[in-house]
Design a protein around this ligand. Sequence first.
Ligand SMILES: NC(=O)c1ccc[n+]([C@@H]2O[C@H](COP(=O)([O-])OP(=O)(O)OC[C@H]3O[C@@H](n4cnc5c(N)ncnc54)[C@H](O)[C@@H]3O)[C@@H](O)[C@H]2O)c1
Length: 702
Amino acid sequence: MGSINNSIDFKRDGDVAVITIDNPPVNALKHEVRSGLVEALKQIGDPAIKAVVIACKGRTFSAGADISEFGKPMQAPGLGEVIKAIEASSKPVVAAVHGTAFGGGLELALACHYRVAVASARVGLPEIKLGILPGAGGTQRLPRLMGPEKGLAAILSGDPIPADQALADGIIDEIVTGDLTSAAVAFARKVVAENRPLRLVRDREEKLQAARANPKSYEDAAAKLTSRSGGRRAPAAVIESVRNSFTLPFDEGIAREQALFRELVVTDESRAQRHVFFAEREAARVPDMPSGLRSLPFDKAVVIGAGTMGGGIAMCFANAGIPVTVVETGKDALTKGLDRVADTYRTTIKRGRLTQEEMDKRMALISGSVELEAAADVPVVIEAVFEEMGLKKEVFAKLDKVAKPDTLLATNTSTLDVNEIARATARPKDVLGTHFFSPANVMRLLEIVRGKETSHHMLAGAIALGRTLGKVPVVVGVCDGFVGNRMLAKRGVEAERLLLEGALPHQVDGAVTEFGFPMGPFAMGDLAGLDVGWRIRKARGTKAEITDPLCEAGRFGQKTGKGYYIYEKGSRTPTPDPEVEAIIVAASKRLGIERHPISKEEIVERMIYPMINEGARILDEGIAYRPGDIDVIWIYGYGWPVWRGGPMFYGDTVGLPHIRDRLAIYAERSGDKSLEPAPLLARLAGEGKGFASVTAPKGAAA
Ligand SMILES: NC(=O)c1ccc[n+]([C@@H]2O[C@H](COP(=O)([O-])OP(=O)(O)OC[C@H]3O[C@@H](n4cnc5c(N)ncnc54)[C@H](O)[C@@H]3O)[C@@H](O)[C@H]2O)c1
């Protein structure tokens, strides 16, 4: 409880006033904070006060606006008024920064005459990640400190800037040691004693001169930085606003920034990104999870299998500083697996994203064994052997004998029944799926597959482990393909159908990338390799009308230099190939399908709506707890464009009645019953509701 209100404290340290924000957990700038700051600043007129320090209590400086206030009318005073009150001060105001000064937090600090920070502090303007731009002067003040080009890059990336970099760029004035508030008070006294000029950031023009003299350089930098942002509104608004910092008087720049903010905050793009922000935080919440569970001590781990996934998962542990033992069937496979891990690290070094020293540290955390007994004394085992039920059961039966009690036993299966695997042990409550995505050391998504008997204790453990490994954990239930791959399969069926009806791979991929995915289904198939599925189909006696002839012609994808596309030697750029067109046309003919042109709009609908339909079934079955969970899965596991909010959010944006009607047409045309509108989708569409209304979890995801 502060002296001004619940969130703001005002104290005197001799001749320095110390205003402290205390709004845990991140000192968000909610209404009470803003009004308290304005009140506190009214008191600094006292002649005994010579300087002011603004500091924050707890683990961080202010991490920004309270985003739950977005989209509603802002209750006065706004942050702009707080900033005006600071800038009106005739006494030096010093911001004392620790933790993260983000968004509105940094904008508040930029209004102060000086900024001091501890070495571990980070600053940044991450608004772009919510589809908006900094709306309290960030686009006008940051360029005045860093220069417009650097400022633009910082605002467009939204990434945090570490204190030493911030010092070099002129964003902060000093890095201090010891108690931060005392150091800031001492700094403020020095400013007074030395009679330093009180220059506001708004009045600093020196870093703007270069851009004024050579505006083309700014435009070139802007074009380069946004070459991949498509038609998104927020990056364009940021470019305009930062340009205003050196072309317009300060107050006009501020007025335009505010107008742009108001425009952006109501766009679908921004609503989508805010939805994802909240959905991600909600995704790991399990509705029936009791509180007060004992945590598992994840201080070491075992991964079984040193293949593509096992190696990547082992790297996740090493990257998080956790010692891990990889178990293989023999010495050769083990050496090969560990060599591949080292190779991956070396590539990262070559790209300048890792030091040799760091690689050595991580490799030292990874050891190998050819004995399953290595799993005897660890809190977690993750199995990543071949995708064969018999083999997985054998491994789990052995693990059951070897592993000590209270070991989390996880399988990385992507298609098999986790309940059946669990039953191979006498402790199915300790078994669940941890579905990593490839490359496991890179992809953020972790589907945690909750089995019928999985205990809350192990489920909570797996979620905590996912976070420790830097993943975004989402709890799902057991079904074929879980959430992500089950929906992807629907897209795959439709993609092939589009080829048979008249489209070509580059047309389908083009429509999908224009929608915002980094890659279309065919380029993705070439990257992953077409032969795996082909072999599985051959073994099962099923077939794919186009992919099978491609594989028979030795076209396995990028690894053979050709698949749905042709690749020049050493290149990963897909080029359309007439030979593929001939194979496709022959397949259409064989099946008696008359080929016809298909519009881009229809391709997009047919690539997206069947997935939304399957998502509705998944939700109805309780395989996912919430529509937002499905969105998070698609954003972090499959490159769904974040500014479109994920498939279920997008469905609501388009409107469910439209999707229902289009699906009905596609179902009728193709005779594919699975395209008929799912009951939940049809019901919501009929009631004029969206998926967002499905908030009540259906209970256990299993
Ligand atoms: N590759 C992917 O994109 C991907 C994505 C998600 C999940 N998965 C799943 O991950 C698992 C592994 O897939 P992968 O692509 O890494 O396969 P992989 O073929 O690259 O590797 C499997 C490894 O397991 C080893 N192995 C087999 N039996 C073993 C045993 N009894 N003990 C120890 N090691 C044994 C093999 O020697 C091989 O090195 C599968 O269940 C797969 O479905 C794969």
